[in-house]
Design a protein around this ligand. Structure first.
Ligand code: C2E
Ligand code: MG
Ligand code: MG
Ligand code: MG
Length: 311
């Protein structure tokens, strides 16, 4: 008890430290408390169909608003949470939250192909059928989470609790999560496919995977890493590489989401190479659920201001 009191005393004079300097133990304890009090939150970054410019889905991105340290981004705590195993409980929370939220987002959304701009406000009527059942939410899954034997059960439970169609969930697995070349990898992916969720390879091209992953694993979507989007406007070689990724994916009947689109030229080039979907600060910033609902309801309107980065 004396030790705890002493620590509290010391904390009074503790200067604001960057996350990098804070002791791991301190972050670990704070994560434990955040788990106990559900102190995390999710922001949603829109994913856009590049041919029509319409909203297609959202990626759920975790945030940890800490009373002293400010807004903690995943880069500041996910690696530690993976090392301590806390990612398993955090990931289960993310899945529950995201499945609950996509139910709301789908209800708020206009049916595909219709646009409800500010000129069409008001409650839903029979003329205006509710919902967009194509809208999905992408959830990031770390390697440690995916390796946990309870993972598929967690996914199944989250879906059952929300009453959601499983296709509304896309699980984003990194190449490192798919690195285990054992029998369990195939059976676990098959189990997830059996549940009916969509599977994506995240940050494609940055890890150690090879093209055989795309051929051999039951993947639906390739997320082309932003390093492949960068520079496509400036270099023919980079442009050709991005185009190659899109073409290979198309040949294998996989959809492609290009990450990190920051300029109009990048968007137009990706669109002209028939890349299906795009995501990036140019198109939309990650936003809280209420704003995501608003966007689902109204679509991208010409009058909507470009949102400032706030999260
Ligand atoms: P990711 O899955 O590749 O997510 C995309 C990251 O790129 C997000 O950063 C997003 O804010 C950022 N981003 C989006 N558009 C642009 C752009 O145009 N330019 C640039 N420079 N960046 C852009 P964030 O939210 O900081 O997340 C970082 C990483 O943390 C994610 O990368 C993902 O691997 C991980 N992560 C996020 N949420 C979760 C989660 O709930 N669970 C797990 N296990 N990992 C998560
Ligand atoms: Mg991701
Ligand atoms: Mg990614
Ligand atoms: Mg990435």
């Amino acid at each position: 008890a004396a030790k705890a009191a002493g620590k509290r005393q010391w904390r009074l004079y503790q200067p604001v430290l960057s996350a990098g300097l804070m002791r791991r133990r301190e972050i670990q304890e704070a994560l434990e408390e955040a788990l106990a009090t559900s102190a995390f939150s999710l922001v949603y970054q829109p994913i856009v169909a590049l041919d029509t410019g319409d909203l297609a889905g959202f990626e759920a991105l975790i945030r940890w608003p800490h009373p002293e340290w400010g807004m903690m981004h995943p880069g500041q705590f996910i690696t530690l949470a993976e090392e301590t195993g806390q990612i398993i409980a955090i990931g289960a929370w993310v899945l529950r939250r995201a499945t609950t939220d996509i139910v709301r987002l789908r209800q708020a959304a206009a049916p595909p192909g219709t646009r409800h701009a500010a000129t069409e406000p008001g409650p839903l009527t029979e003329d205006r059928p509710a919902g967009n059942r194509d809208l999905w939410v992408s959830v990031n899954v770390s390697a440690r989470q995916f390796a946990d034997t309870r993972f598929a059960g967690t996914v199944r439970q989250a879906i059952a609790a929300s009453g959601l169609e499983p296709q509304a969930i896309m699980l984003e697995l990194t190449e490192s999560a798919l690195l285990r070349r054992d029998e369990r990898l195939h059976s676990e992916l098959a189990e997830l496919k059996g549940i009916g969720v969509k599977l994506a390879i995240d940050d494609f091209g940055t890890g150690y995977s090879s093209l055989s992953y795309l051929r051999d694993l039951p993947i639906d979507v390739v997320k082309m890493d932003k390093s492949f989007v960068e520079g496509i406007a400036d270099s023919d070689q980079r442009l050709a590489l991005a185009e190659g990724i899109v073409q290979i994916a198309r040949t294998l009947s996989l959809d492609v989401i290009a990450e990190g689109i920051e300029t109009e030229v990048q968007r137009d080039l990706l669109s002209s190479m028939d890349c299906h979907y795009g995501q990036g600060f140019l198109l939309a910033m990650p936003m809280p659920l209420t704003e995501a609902e608003e966007l689902a309801r109204n679509g991208f309107t010409a009058s909507a201001p470009v949102p400032a980065p706030r999260h």
